[in-house]
Design a protein around this ligand. Structure first.
Ligand code: ADP
Ligand code: MG
Length: 596
């Protein structure tokens, strides 16, 4: 059988060995399962073997005693086999689910440690499917392949033994005929696989057409493209239908053909057997026992020939799993911890280019922010404002220059301590599955206590709406739960930041998803939040930062100018034009708000 299980080479072998190392801690259960399987593999030939004394006893010798004994043996055999079937299935399921869980936990833990670049480079869908699908596929290689190899090898050997014992000449004929059947079946399965591949592709295409049309249904209608889209779907649906028929045809021809070829071989063997028994060389019991053993041989042979495909599938899945587990974690080289920082922030000649980007996002930025200062960053979209915030939180590392907090290079501070100093409120408020309470007192903040929680809720002016929710602060939010408006989500995020009470605050376009009125209401809470903290306000609406201590104007990754609102209005043409453009639009906004 080496040809079917052999080709695991080099890299594959290493992956497989590593997978088996995950099985090792559970070797007791695994060995129990294997033992049960060996018993299973060994007792099946016995079923064929006891047919001889049974048949000869009843038809030839009329020996009731032997037949009764065999009948009892039959019951015992099935009892033992039932026990072993159950034990082996349970042991293997328990081991493989343990392995899958170990791998899933390892992958999930890794997700928490990956550097930001890794998420830029991989779609979240791909990561999700690694954890859900690939991990479950690994069991193919981890336990099922071994199951098949052990049980079916024992079984095949036993059955061949029974056959050889009864009649070696017939056995040899069978051994010559069997590969013929395999070849014929292989030919047809190959065709089936081709058709099924094409079928899958067409199914994907049809789904894509439907999805695209649903997402763009307004566009489809407003451009009157219904006929065009309908035609496209109709032709895809028709090709799909054609291939479904082809698939059915390819699938249903396999077993009749295989049976026909088998019947031909069987006919030859039956003829030979009949000649032997005419010469009195074969009893009816031998005959029955021999052909029963041969019949039982098909299933394990089939499983053994397909074992390599399963092995490869499992190894491919394991490769994908280990690729994620082996990705380097976010480098956390810092050793210093800060306690509570004063909140002085300095960028010194910072240049940064995102991995794979052509243009640098920051070019030689120098900026010093005093403790407690409220500094606003303005500039056209793409000018590098968010990137500055990313570097301060050490989500990325500058290629040149340094970022310092309280005069210490951020790369010398442990990630945990650095991030404890920074609270971030951004436009995208992410709510996690759970209650409002869990979302505000998120993670380690849960230890801050009830009183602190409600103080934060009040400071974020979130009490009023929270108390009106169906279950108050214990109302479930997140996916498939109470939907909160943009303003309400924003208030939760502000309350969360209040509770964190970090010395450095980053507001990255925190209010840009809100309409003017909610924005004004939230501005007050944000201003409250920034009191006594070093605050980096990234603003899309300049009206909200007119009172900042200092405004920094950025463009193309550079700082163009800085000063107060009044100074910049006079000095910076970019700032003045941004401001004029926006005050014009703000007037439009309030006009349309009144019209509503
Ligand atoms: P701003 O916040 O001022 O709108 P950003 O700091 O987000 O600008 O972006 C600065 C530049 O970096 C832009 O040209 C943007 O396209 C690029 N950029 C931002 N994030 C990434 C990323 N994850 N990978 C590659 N390029 C990015
Ligand atoms: Mg931005």
């Amino acid at each position: 059988m080496s040809s079917t299980a052999g080709p695991v080479q080099g890299e594959g072998r290493r992956v497989y060995a590593r997978l088996l190392r995950h099985v090792m801690p559970h070797w007791r259960r695994f060995a129990l399962g294997l033992a049960a399987m060996v018993v299973l593999g060994a007792t099946e030939p016995a079923l064929a073997a006891i047919l001889k004394p049974t048949f000869d006893g009843s038809f030839v010798d009329k020996d009731v005693g032997t037949v009764a004994l065999m009948a009892m043996l039959l019951v015992v055999l099935f009892g033992v086999r039932g026990l072993c079937t159950y034990a082996s299935a349970l042991a293997m399921a328990s081991v493989s689910s343990q392995v899958v869980m170990d791998l899933r936990r390892q992958m999930f833990a890794k997700l928490m440690e990956l550097p930001n670049e890794a998420f830029d480079a991989t779609s979240s869908g791909a990561l999700v499917s690694k954890i859900t699908y690939d991990a479950s596929q690994v069991t193919e290689a981890a336990t099922q392949v071994i199951t098949v190899l052990v049980r079916d090898t024992v079984l095949v050997a036993g059955l061949l033994g029974v056959m050889l014992y009864h009649n070696w000449k017939l056995t040899l004929i069978g051994l010559v005929a069997a590969p013929l059947v395999v070849l014929v079946v292989k030919h047809f399965t190959h065709r089936l696989r081709r058709v099924s591949f094409e079928l899958q592709r067409l199914m994907g295409l049809a789904t894509h057409v439907v999805q695209e049309t649903l997402e763009g249904q307004k566009v489809v209608r407003s451009f009157g493209a219904q006929d065009h889209v309908r035609g496209r779907f109709a032709s895809t649906a028709n090709r799909l239908r054609q291939f479904e028929v082809k698939f059915a045809s390819a699938a249903s021809i396999i077993s009749p053909i295989a049976q026909l070829v088998t019947a031909c071989g069987l006919a030859v063997m039956l003829y030979m057997a009949a000649r032997e028994s005419a010469a009195d060389a074969m009893t009816v019991g031998t005959f029955a026992s021999f052909f029963a053993a041969m019949g039982l041989l098909f299933a394990p042979l089939k499983r053994l020939t397909s074992v390599n495909a399963r092995l490869q599938r499992g190894i491919a899945a394991a490769t994908s799993v280990f690729a994620l587990v082996d990705q380097p974690s976010e480098p956390d080289t810092g050793t210093r911890t800060l306690g509570r920082a004063r909140g002085e922030v300095r960028f010194e000649g910072v240049s940064f280019r995102y991995p794979g980007a052509r243009e640098p996002a920051l070019r030689g930025v120098d900026l010093a922010i005093d403790p407690g200062e409220r500094l606003a960053l303005v500039g056209p979209s793409g000018s590098g404002k968010t990137t500055l915030a990313h570097l301060l939180s050490r989500f990325y590392h500058p290629q040149h220059g340094r970022v310092l907090v309280d005069g210490i290079d951020v790369s010398a501070i442990t990630l945990r301590s650095l991030r404890e100093q920074i609270a971030l409120v951004s436009q995208e408020v992410v709510l996690f599955e759970g209650s409002v309470r869990e979302n505000i007192a998120y993670g380690p903040l849960a230890e801050r206590g009830e009183e602190a929680l409600w103080r934060a809720v009040d400071a974020g002016s979130a009490r009023e709406f929270i108390e009106r929710l169906p279950q108050g602060i214990d109302t479930q939010v997140g996916e498939n739960a109470v939907r909160l408006s943009g303003g309400q989500r924003q208030r939760l995020a502000i309350a969360r930041a209040f509770l964190k009470d970090a010395p450095i605050l980053i507001l990255d376009e925190a209010t840009s998803s809100l309409d003017n009125r909610s924005e004004r209401a939230i501005q007050q809470a944000l201003r409250e939040l920034s009191r006594g903290r070093t605050t980096l306000v990234i603003a899309h609406r300049l009206s909200s930062i007119e009172d900042a201590d200092r405004i920094v104007v950025m463009e193309h990754g550079r700082i163009l100018d800085s000063g107060t609102h009044a100074e910049l209005l006079e000095r910076s043409t970019l700032y003045a034009s941004l401001y004029r453009f926006q005050s014009g639009r703000a007037a439009d906004d309030s006009a349309s708000a009144q019209a509503r």
